[in-house]
Design a binder for this molecule. Sequence first.
Ligand SMILES: [Zn+2]
Ligand SMILES: [Zn+2]
Ligand SMILES: [Zn+2]
Length: 167
Amino acid sequence: MTEEQEVFHQHIQRAGLKRTAQRDLILEVFLRTEEHLSSEDLYRLVQREDPAIGQTTVYRTLKLLTDAGLAREVRFGDGRTRYEHNYKHPHHDHMICTECGKTIEFFSADLEKLQDKIAARHKFEITNHTLRMFGYCADCRSKDARRDRESSAAEPRVRFASAPGTS
Ligand SMILES: [Zn+2]
Ligand SMILES: [Zn+2]
Ligand SMILES: [Zn+2]
């Protein structure tokens, strides 16, 4: 049994629930991915291995994983709750591409220290924080640049074709 399984089973026992093959599989699938999954995403992955598992079971099990400290919720501002590994996964922050939805995880000790300093200046005690930076990832930026180049190269032709005789 892995450490995560042990944590999960202890939590399940404490909650007065039973250990089931379905719950075990959901945990296994969750641990296998390093993505930020919504419960629908996880449901789709679980479905591939056991079509008998319902969406509600996946949703409830994700809640159990969160309560057990194995998963944590992350929100990227699109109204969907996503989950990532929490157990032995140290704190990090996220950059989110608003074009393709890709997320980049990063950690900066300098930034963390700076946040503490700012909080102290306001006599504020931080208990938790999330930092999200929204923008365009490298892929989307280069796609965008390519599109710009192509459209500016095509521009004179388009102008001529759409407005003959006006120039
Ligand atoms: Zn942080
Ligand atoms: Zn992108
Ligand atoms: Zn993350």
